[in-house]
Write a protein that binds this ligand. Sequence first.
Ligand SMILES: NC(=O)c1ccc[n+]([C@@H]2O[C@H](COP(=O)([O-])OP(=O)(O)OC[C@H]3O[C@@H](n4cnc5c(N)ncnc54)[C@H](OP(=O)(O)O)[C@@H]3O)[C@@H](O)[C@H]2O)c1
Length: 262
Amino acid sequence: MLLAGKKALVTGSSRGIGRATALAFAREGADVVVHYRRQPELARTVAAEIRAMGRDALVIRAEWESSEEIDRLFNEIEERWQGLDIFMANAAASTFKPIMDLKPYHVQRTYRMLVENFILSAQRAVPLMEGREGRIITVTGHGSQFTLPRYGNIGSAKGAVESLTRYLAAELGHRHITVNGIAPGVVTTDSEEFYMGEKLEEFHRVCVQATPLERIGTPEEVADAAVFLASPLARFVTGQIIAVDGGLALTSGPFQETFGSF
Ligand SMILES: NC(=O)c1ccc[n+]([C@@H]2O[C@H](COP(=O)([O-])OP(=O)(O)OC[C@H]3O[C@@H](n4cnc5c(N)ncnc54)[C@H](OP(=O)(O)O)[C@@H]3O)[C@@H](O)[C@H]2O)c1
């Protein structure tokens, strides 16, 4: 097992990519904090699956827009476990609108959750990693490097997270903590469905055509990359953003659409 005895926090692990990662970490031997905001029953189900594997699971609610709730979550981890080996900042939410239609509170909420409170949570996680070869993993996305319709708010915040991933990697190397990011392409989850709405089926058809590996990704495939980054296999990897996208970022839409394939 790659993560035997490790203590991990995965934010937003009640569903989607976070859930798959929490389960994958537990399968590799880690105890996991299952964090959620609105759906305790989903979080409890994930925790039950983790305990059925013989690992410990803490279920903790925290609104990631609130610095007080983040502090409370880390206080609870400190009290229960006295330390942390892996922190994966996965939870995200935003408003999907053209930049010209964004109100200040749309921007403030997204940036508070994804940027400001990522910094705050890293500041809380790092002292808990003292002497532990810690791992911080961010989750960014295709929309941080490429422009997607109505995605400027979250896409630009994820761009900041990618930059913070590199800065933190440089700052935390001397503490033997690695910091890396995962940029998923298109992965089947609730948030993808929310973003695409009624265009989901058409979107999948076009995505499959534009993806060299000819399919949409699964949360488990992102989780596998997270296991790698969290494990000793990635001990000399830091400050990197790994695309888990089937090669989507390699292609160019109009060429693909015109010629059908390579
Ligand atoms: N799916 C994709 O195609 C894709 C592509 C690129 C990047 N990503 C990134 O991958 C990550 C996971 O995405 P996903 O598709 O798995 O998302 P998801 O299915 O929508 O799950 C989001 C998770 O985040 C939690 N969450 C949302 N807002 C929160 C808040 N304000 N405070 C605390 N927790 C909150 C949710 O908890 P509750 O349910 O309890 O509210 C849930 O556990 C995100 O960073 C996303 O941007 C996904």
